[in-house]
Design a binder for this molecule. Structure first.
Ligand SMILES: [Zn+2]
Length: 391
């Protein structure tokens, strides 16, 4: 499976952008019950063969020929019944070749020979598999797991043993209530320590969504300690004795909760973005304003319809992106180049900056706002006092 670090490497790769040598190949198998899966591998081979013919005819991307031949021999081994999708990114100029297995959620089998790697199909994966943390807690222990495309990593493990109270605590049962209160304080401190760790994680964008696992009786005390930035990312919780629960079991429970609530969570993010945009707050809609917010470093989460695509230009010098197809960059005056689809540039920027990426099925609401919007972390054009007054 691919990790976010590997994705970041792809999004930061340095190309010679005057030639089309970057090859991106996506293979999406079809479900086993569908009899057409042989056709999928035939389609893959046809795609590569036709790209090879184009390369032979076009002097500018001859550099991709060897990579395409290697992908053709790989496509010959694919049979379409695989349980994993596949992606290959190759750049022969620098002897770069990476193969990844992916969850089978790609939009389809595709091949691109371009100036840089085509990462847009991965946007769908980002959306369906957000960076997920699982916070497990009882009154003395806490664990935080990170789930990424089927892999589980432990981020935190703490134990705050409850103080023991013997007779030395007081005399004549000095105050049983005092002991009880003291225990409650210790538990609150324990939950606060976990909540602090989660708050820092949320503010550093280490996760997009979170699921909690704890005993139902403890949930209100834990919930009371959560920072709003963490509470907003909560997809739900499951109940259980967490000390006895293996990481794998907890991951399974968390994914089940996430699958059931992710779509609802996405719509609540969209709702929040639209409300904020209407109030001139932390939300913008439409490509022009989204691009501006991206350049200002304001964006937290990018939201778009699943089939979003738009023409734009990119400055060859300063990389400014503009929704108006102009020949010269409005920022630095140098020549621009046309992008068939602005996502070609937007998705790598989102990956590099660890932005949230949410894709939603197209509907009337999305059509009205140009099918793209962004939830902001802050607005650079407003001073803090205004923000405080508004908040
Ligand atoms: Zn420029």
């Amino acid at each position: 499976m691919i990790t976010r670090e590997e994705l970041r490497e792809l999004s930061q790769f340095r190309f010679n952008e005057n030639e089309n040598c970057a090859v991106s190949f996506y293979f999406q198998p079809v479900p086993p019950r569908n009899k057409a899966h042989r056709e999928e591998s035939i389609l893959a081979k046809d795609l590569v063969k036709s790209a090879l013919r184009q390369v032979a005819a076009d002097g500018n991307n001859h550099c991709a020929k060897a990579d395409l031949e290697r992908i053709l021999s790989l496509a010959e081994q694919l049979h379409g019944g695989q349980t994993r999708a596949k992606a290959v990114f190759a750049y022969g100029r620098k002897n770069f070749w990476r193969e990844f297995d992916l969850p089978t959620d790609l939009p389809g089998t595709q091949l691109y020979v371009n100036r840089r790697f085509h990462l847009k199909p991965l946007a769908a994966l980002f959306s369906e598999y957000p960076k997920l943390w699982v916070a497990l807690a009882d009154r003395q222990n806490a664990r935080v797991l990170e789930l990424e495309f089927g892999e589980t990593r432990q981020q935190l493990s703490i134990t705050n043993p409850m103080p023991r109270h013997g007779r030395s605590d007081g005399f004549g049962g000095y105050d049983a209530g005092h002991t009880q209160r003291h225990k409650e304080d210790e538990v609150r401190k324990h939950f606060r320590e976990l909540a602090e760790f989660l708050k820092n994680g949320a503010q550093r964008r280490q996760f997009d969504a979170i699921v909690f696992g704890c005993n139902d009786v403890n949930w209100p005390d834990l919930q009371a300690q959560l920072h709003p930035d963490v509470a907003k990312k909560r997809l739900g919780q499951f109940s259980g004795e967490i000390t006895a629960m293996s990481d794998d079991r907890a991951a399974g429970e968390a994914l089940r909760v996430a699958q059931g609530t992710l779509r609802k969570h996405h719509y609540s993010l969209l709702g929040e973005t639209l409300d904020e945009a209407r109030a001139n707050g932390r939300g913008v809609t439409g490509l022009r304003r989204v691009l501006r917010a991206m350049e200002q470093g304001e964006v937290d989460t990018l939201l778009m319809s699943q089939d979003y695509s738009a023409r734009a230009v990119e400055c060859t010098n300063c990389r400014h992106l503009d929704s108006h197809v102009v020949r010269y960059c409005p920022v630095c005056g140098r020549a621009t180049r046309q992008l068939e689809d602005v996502c070609e540039a937007l998705v790598p920027i989102a990956v590099r900056n660890s932005l949230g990426l949410v894709l939603l099925p197209r509907d009337e609401t999305l059509d009205k706002i140009g099918n793209i919007a962004a939830l902001l972390r802050f607005r650079a054009d407003r001073n803090m006092n205004q923000l405080r007054a508004a908040g």
